[in-house]
Ligand binder design. Structure first.
Ligand code: GLP
Length: 241
């Protein structure tokens, strides 16, 4: 694993955006696995800045996102579809038809998940997967469990995740309790993985995920087995290493 130390969130964002932009420059028709959450927002801002500067072309890029809340429409400003459009897709020249997320409005979980696996397969797999890290070690919405689940599946969110995401909703009751998430096999099959982490509150989970035992109780720990992982983290997130 490559650890890239950044001094703060801004520096982490710039360094992570550099990894993504080099992927796009080296392979203009690459498949980017993208993530939501607050951590990648600065990374997307940098990519938009460089795109506006005329140095990046996303016209041939295909994207597949990690996850989506079950039950939220695309118009809901808390859906990950809305987030991706708001922070990235509407600001760059990626083609709308080349951007993919699980369909949160599909009530049939089996169908939503198998449809999404077909989309990822048709794209030819993922060249670079961007990941944030949940406080409990989740990646995408792969929550702590007794096993690693390989493919896209419907997850019951843990109360700690619902609480962590409550800040974006009016109340705890408004936070969706389920989500569709890409599975661990799909993430592990990505050619490269880029993990972004910032802040002292993530220091313990960075230590446990990357230097602790490999266990489904800390889903991100499986990344220790991936041959090409780059962790871009700031000093605060690396403070226990
Ligand atoms: C969310 C997302 C994850 C994200 C994580 C951390 O629930 N499903 O993909 O990485 O939690 O979020 P944040 O970056 O806001 O800490």
């Amino acid at each position: 694993m490559n650890i890239v130390r950044a001094k703060d969130y801004k520096d982490m964002s710039k360094k992570a955006a550099s990894v993504i932009s080099s992927q796009v420059i080296m392979k203009p028709n690459c498949v980017l696995g993208l993530a939501t959450g607050s951590t990648p927002i600065g990374t997307y801002e940098k990519l938009v800045e460089w795109y506006n500067g005329g140095n990046l072309d996303f016209s041939k890029v295909v994207s597949v996102n990690l996850d989506e809340y079950k039950g939220l429409t695309r118009e809901n400003d808390q859906s990950y579809y809305y987030f991706m459009n708001d922070h990235l897709f509407s600001k760059i020249n990626i083609k709308k038809e080349n951007t993919h997320l699980p369909d949160g409005t599909e009530p049939d979980s089996d169908k939503a998940c198998s449809d999404y696996d077909k989309v990822i397969e048709a794209a030819g797999g993922i060249d670079l997967q961007l990941l944030g890290l949940g406080h409990n070690g989740h990646i995408g919405f792969n929550e702590p469990a007794d096993e690693f689940i390989p493919n896209t599946h419907c997850v019951d969110l843990t109360s700690s995740t619902i609480e962590a995401n409550q800040r974006f909703f009016a109340s705890y009751d408004d936070v969706p309790k389920q989500a569709y998430t890409m599975g661990i096999r799909t993430i592990m099959l990505a050619k490269k993985v880029l993990v972004v982490v910032s802040g002292e509150d993530k220091a313990a989970i960075v230590r446990d995920a990357f230097f602790g035992p490999i266990t489904p109780e800390v889903q991100a720990s499986v990344l220790q087995l991936h041959p090409d992982v780059t962790l871009v983290a700031d000093d605060a997130a690396l403070s226990l290493i």
